[in-house]
Design a protein around this ligand. Structure first.
Ligand code: PMP
Length: 405
């Protein structure tokens, strides 16, 4: 069993009062809170080893480089990558997808080639592909979503053809909480030799993720959704892909040699990390990985499943409340609407009770369109959340009903 009181003590922000009420932070899908272990590691970097990496041969620079590169090893272990060379640091999930699209997509895909995404994707896995479509004439095919918020897998199989040259799908929906059958999707992609990108932004802090078992070509995620700092993310790529992909940003640190006639690029992952990176952020990500790995995954999954089930049970009892996304396998998030009450009003009113939830389209406007709505209210969970916080949300929602009665 997870020791929730002990975990909560790692997150001093949970002690905050908001509008004179105890904070119930249920916006973890947007970003998780950061434990002392992460904040202190970043603090320590700036106070004790602040330096640029890879460049100097001085002592401080060596320390900073060791910590930075140490995170590559930690991330490699977290996702069971083949080697640290498969781990590219960037600014987040969005940057990771854009890199794959602008590098692999631009160099390898041609007019008429089809890319399969899904109707539940985050805008960050839609818009970069549309930009490539406008530039090169690729065709985007969309796997529809079933009413319960699961992927229409029959449609997925039907969409695959000889023209399919890439598949890019989210592991867990940030709106619906649906856990997609990623292994099945990767198996099919591999059978047909189609590269597949897994957007693991909402999976990485909630379940064990194994890139070799999935056998995915690429995986992307953000540190800030896994108890780490903002502005840092990871792109995992299979070696044979990263090797043939051209860099997108040119500059310092991504080269072996430069002359006005000829520049020789560094190897992966360095050729994708031009310029001074977010050193403190990457080091903070390393601390977040360490923190995450102090827990037993089964216990994390059980705990979060219990919270989700409890939230479903309690929310379903509120008259007029509709849960959007009722797939059997869910993780992390519960979205809902309340008749004609605008989700922004719901969010504003529950905030007065100290409850932080997200409202809006959650960067998934096509999914909103599918459900014929413009927005939802979303409660999303992390390891420190409690049933009492769900109760606090439910009470606040009852207040919303009173106000709009
Ligand atoms: N994909 C998913 C599934 C997400 O939930 C998010 C963040 N809400 C993103 C991509 C984008 O992540 P970031 O803003 O950290 O780049």
């Amino acid at each position: 069993m997870l020791d929730i009181a002990k975990i909560r003590a790692d997150f001093p922000i949970l002690e905050r009062q908001v509008h004179k009420k105890n904070l119930a932070y249920l916006d973890n899908g947007a970003t998780t809170l950061k434990p002392n272990q992460v904040v202190e590691t970043i603090d320590k970097h700036y106070k004790e080893e602040c330096s640029n990496i890879h460049r100097g041969i001085h002592w401080l620079s060596e320390r900073a480089t060791e910590s930075y590169e140490g995170t590559r090893e930690k991330v490699k272990n977290l996702i069971n990558a083949e080697s640290t060379d498969n781990i590219v640091f960037n600014s987040g999930t969005t940057a990771g997808i854009n890199l794959v699209v602008q590098s692999y997509g631009r160099s390898q895909l041609n007019a008429g080639d089809e890319v399969i995404i899904s109707a539940m994707e985050h805008h960050s896995n839609i818009v970069p592909w549309q930009m490539l479509r406008d530039e090169k004439g690729i065709v985007i095919k969309v796997v529809p979503v079933l009413e319960d918020g699961s992927l229409d897998m029959a449609a997925f199989y039907a969409l695959i053809s000889e023209k399919t040259k890439f598949i890019s799908i989210m592991y867990v929906s940030n709106v619906l909480g649906t856990v997609n059958p990623m292994q099945e999707i990767c198996d099919k992609a591999n059978e047909l030799n189609i590269p597949v990108l897994v957007d693991a932004a909402q999976a990485i802090a909630h379940m064990p993720v194994d890139v070799q078992k999935l056998n995915c070509t690429f995986m992307v995620f953000s540190a800030h959704k896994m108890y780490g700092p903002t502005g840092v993310g990871v792109l995992y790529g299979k070696a044979e892909y990263l090797e043939k992909m051209p860099p997108v940003n040119g500059g310092g640190d991504m080269i072996l040699s430069v002359s006005f006639d000829k520049t020789v690029y560094n190897v992966a992952p360095y050729k994708f990390e031009a310029g001074t990176p977010n050193i403190a952020g990457v080091i903070g990500l390393g601390a977040a990985v360490d923190y995450l790995l102090t827990f037993d995954w089964q216990q994390v999954e059980d705990r979060e499943a219990e919270l989700i089930a409890y939230a479903h049970e309690k929310l379903e009892q509120i008259p007029g409340l509709k849960i959007i996304g009722t797939a059997k396998i869910k993780s992390g998030a519960v979205s809902f609407t309340m008749k004609d009450i605008h989700p922004h009003d719901i969010g504003t009113i529950v905030d007065r009770s100290g409850v932080a939830i997200r409202t809006g389209h959650h960067c998934a406007q096509p999914l909103m369109e599918f459900y014929g709505i413009v927005a939802t209210a979303r409660a999303s969970f992390a390891i420190y959340n409690t049933k009492e916080e769900v109760d606090q949300l439910v009470k606040a929602l009852e207040k919303v009903q009173e106000i709009f009665a």
